[in-house]
Design a protein around this ligand. Sequence first.
Ligand SMILES: NC(=O)c1ccc[n+]([C@@H]2O[C@H](COP(=O)([O-])OP(=O)(O)OC[C@H]3O[C@@H](n4cnc5c(N)ncnc54)[C@H](OP(=O)(O)O)[C@@H]3O)[C@@H](O)[C@H]2O)c1
Length: 296
Amino acid sequence: MAPSPTQEVALIGADGKLGPAVLHALLSAGYRLKILKRSSSRSSNSYPPGVQLARISDDMDTLALKDALQGADAAVLTVRGRMRDLQMCVADASIQASVRRFIPADFGSCDSSSPQAQQLTEVRRHLIHLIQHLDDPDAFSWTSLTCGHFFDWSLPFIHIFPEEHRSDVLDEGEYRVSFSTLSRIGEAVVRVLQRPERTANRMLFVQSFCMTQIQVVAAFEKASRRNWEVRKLDAEAFKEAEMAKADQGSLDAVEELVWYLGTVDADWTARKDFAMELLGLEDEDLQEVVDGLVGG
Ligand SMILES: NC(=O)c1ccc[n+]([C@@H]2O[C@H](COP(=O)([O-])OP(=O)(O)OC[C@H]3O[C@@H](n4cnc5c(N)ncnc54)[C@H](OP(=O)(O)O)[C@@H]3O)[C@@H](O)[C@H]2O)c1
């Protein structure tokens, strides 16, 4: 029997970097939306008309979450990926509240299922643990989206510095890298909910485009009408240096390792679960996106 369609979505993390794009996409697609947030949260309470807001005690215990999740068909988490305990609680509460689809806070730059990602970043290990935890009840299902680096959130995070007209690339800058804009990720969440059967219990890969770093730099050069300085970093030496810093507790180094992994091993087009066709999505135009970023 086909599952009944998703009508109401609970969103947790609506006020972060990714949350607003997901909120916008869900509302545009006609879903009823309920935002769950902590009582102490200081982020804005101003949401479009019709959006419900449920405040929950700061410890976000499973019982309070279960009450708040009643009536939701799907729960989407856009909280920080390292919030493992919160994700576990929301997952358990979703099962108890008969929420049928759970979309965890993955949205990764790198592939959580790859041994290298699990070795280098704790968040990726957490995510796999969470997914194993979910692989259980009958009426419940999950979908995890891996999207590559956010392209329009922080260019410096991906070593692109438009103000200084320069960029770093790993090795020769020829690794093919899947990137996603925030709006693409919002769109992908909607498409998953619209295709409950084919997307159930799967880690899917989406993108706005898959380009080499050199191609990305060329698009910025074109948009800014000038040549850029390109610094070539030895990928292996970069990884070793950042691993040593991460071992000393540096969180910046962990972020650099995410950049490394999401560059050298992030061509989603080659992945078995590359889902652009399944989700009815097409690539965006790199130059158009870059022109928008440089111009706007
Ligand atoms: N692929 C990439 O390049 C990339 C980059 C960044 C993030 N990500 C992924 O995208 C997802 C969203 O990350 P993000 O950076 O957008 O998150 P974020 O900006 O850190 O947003 C955090 C959100 O979570 C809420 N929150 C914070 N602490 C909470 C708590 N203790 N309990 C409940 N809610 C809490 C915040 O609510 P209040 O503001 O209301 O307190 C806010 O809405 C994560 O899975 C992350 O790993 C991917």
